[in-house]
Write a protein that binds this ligand. Sequence first.
Ligand code: SAH
Length: 382
Amino acid sequence: MRRHPWVFSGAIERVTGTPEPGETVLVCTAQGTALGLAAFSPASQIRARMWNFDAEQPITAELIAGRIAAAAQRREHVLAGGTNSARLVFSEADGVPGLIADQYGDTVVCQLTTAGAEAWREVIADALAALPGVARVYERSDADVREREALAPNVGVLRGDTPPPNLLAHENGLKFAVDVEGGHKTGFYLDQRDGRAAVAQWAGGRNVLNVFSYTGAFSVIAAKHGAASIMSIDSSGPALATASRNAQLNSVDIGEVLEADAFTALRGLRDRARHFDLILLDPPKLANNAKQVEKATRAYKDLNLLAIKLLAPGGVLMTWSCSGAVTPDLFQKVVAGAALDAARMSSSSVRIIGRLSQPIDHPVPLAFPEAEYLKGLILQAD
Ligand code: SAH
């Protein structure tokens, strides 16, 4: 038994009684040995999520609140290190399956994505509100994954008052608008903190192309660190409007901002023989599950092929995949295929000079490798 926290429906011989969604159930082996306690999800393929591997230890409000407090405490060094924002609770990785909680200053934004988390909603809300420095808790339980659990969306204030409209994430002296109500995820890409540091390191003096720029965090950093020029591309008008606001907030000029489909825009730049010294390629999740991997790899290949063609001599490409179903190994193979097809492998070379992943507040338990979803390569062309 490897202590993986998921019990799939196909692995269950029988369910005794009719447990409610989110109810704590005892998980036993076929021989009847107790394995531990889990939250029951009758609608999901992941039929139960383990709370523990010790059936003697009951699942109580105190236990869940304790896990949330401990998780938050493990982030203290992140919050002491030049930022006011961190992921406090990362679901299974912190022993609270189905709970994401992100802190921005005195505001916590949470997502409950499973029946188990939903069943402990009030306990979770109280525990988050009781964390040091937290004035309010806002819920953004509108992720698609709730559908798989037959849960309706739930959005609004959970504890305290409405989050201020001008909520900001501070990071290394920069400020980024956090759109708690309408933004992606909980309002900001906390998981790209290490990516932002890498951009800061590489942007100086370079002509930068930021593809899938969202609210322009990479563009603002590039501007602050002396980029020669910047072009940001995203298909979302509102995200680009926030990018302009972020530029203003930090008193920088982020240059050209293009509202367009990235695939089309990249082809257009290729046809015009444009070249860039630093290209950032951070597409949305292209594969939601194993079935979508093949189609997603074609899209990743297309994007990376186009980006590699746009690299100036000595140019650097930072390319990411946030699809958990696409492994780091597969992603690297896809990018290698793209470089080959871009005819850069023969005439010149593309080398991996660095790797990027999710930051320390998005930990990966050894027993739960599925928690690792974000991977990036830093490539340099001849
Ligand atoms: N790098 C960003 C996050 C990118 S999220 C950051 O660190 O903040 C992915 C972005 O891709 C979203 O802003 C979404 O609007 C955009 N997007 C999705 N599909 C797109 C497409 N086909 N063309 C251009 N942008 C797209």
